[in-house]
Design a protein around this ligand. Structure first.
Ligand code: MF3
Ligand code: CO
Length: 265
């Protein structure tokens, strides 16, 4: 069953999504070569708890950290660790919170130093594809319209669209119906209704779409070892235009300010 949220509930979910946005903004301010993802994860846990919320990934199906931090060929669900980040690394940071009983869950990929032209384009195109998907998250469309828009935009560049992991409904639970694949056919899948809240999250590979899960049971990597990018927004389905509950504006401002992060257009 797909649960539609009331306007009041959507406003509570906006608060949850925006807490994730501000947590990602704090991370964007301090990212630099030499820092470890484990130190970022600790900071993320403290920040979320300081804001009266719970890091929702911790202990979810046994997941052992506050956040997922996925570097280079790690697609998603990377374990924060003690390895120092270096120039040219790309890093996807995925954070979930429960605030007043409502989930926020979103992600952003940063480049620490210049990752090279091909990888930078992968970052830009993956972010663009997220917005192409969001444009389709309107009443009367179907989930497949979102999926198709993401797949069409990214495959145009020859990128691999990950099949094994998908976006999802979001609410009082981290994962609700419907599933929102990043590949699919127009006009297929569940009908979108006013008040549905979706986590749309393209996971796009520079090379092959094929991935594998490491022995730790979580870390998902590309089969060919090439980099992968992940962006995620929380959006509410509305009549003519989706309402994006999370916000990249402060994250992008911090990214621009931080000389250790690569930006080019
Ligand atoms: N954004 C991811 C998702 O929606 C994060 C889940 S990680 C987990 O599935 F640890 F919570 F499983
Ligand atoms: Co998600």
């Amino acid at each position: 069953m797909i649960i539609c949220k009331t306007n009041e509930e959507v406003e509570l979910m906006r608060k949850s999504a925006l807490l994730v946005s501000s947590t990602l903004t704090e991370v964007a301010k301090i990212l630099k070569p030499g820092i470890t993802s484990l130190s970022l994860d600790n900071m993320i846990g403290e920040y979320v708890k300081d804001h009266k919320a719970i890091p929702s990934f911790l202990n979810y199906n046994g997941y052992p950290f506050n956040s997922c931090i996925s570097v280079n060929d790690v697609v998603v669900h990377g374990f924060p660790n003690k390895k120092e980040l270096k120039e040219g690394d790309i890093i996807s940071i995925d954070i979930g919170v429960i605030l007043n009983g409502w989930h926020g869950d979103h992600a952003y990929t940063f480049a620490i130093g210049d990752p090279g032209k091909d990888v930078w384009q992968l970052i830009l195109v993956t972010k663009q594809s997220l917005y192409k998907g969001i444009e389709k998250a309107i009443v009367g469309n179907r989930v497949g319209d979102i999926s198709f828009a993401i797949q069409e935009h990214t495959e145009k560049y020859g990128y691999g669209v990950v099949r094994e992991l998908v976006g999802h409904g979001l609410g009082k639970n981290l994962h609700e119906e419907p599933q929102v694949p990043n590949y699919g056919r127009r006009g297929t899948g569940p009908k979108l209704k006013d008040g549905m809240v979706l986590a749309i999250e393209p996971m796009i590979n520079l090379g092959t779409k094929d991935v594998f899960t490491e022995k730790d049971g979580w870390t998902v990597r590309t089969k060919d070892g090439k980099p992968s990018v992940h962006f995620e927004h929380n959006v509410c389905v509305r009549k003519n235009k989706a309402d994006i509950l999370s916000d990249y504006t402060p994250i992008e401002a911090a990214e621009k300010e931080n000389v250790n992060l690569y930006i080019s257009f």
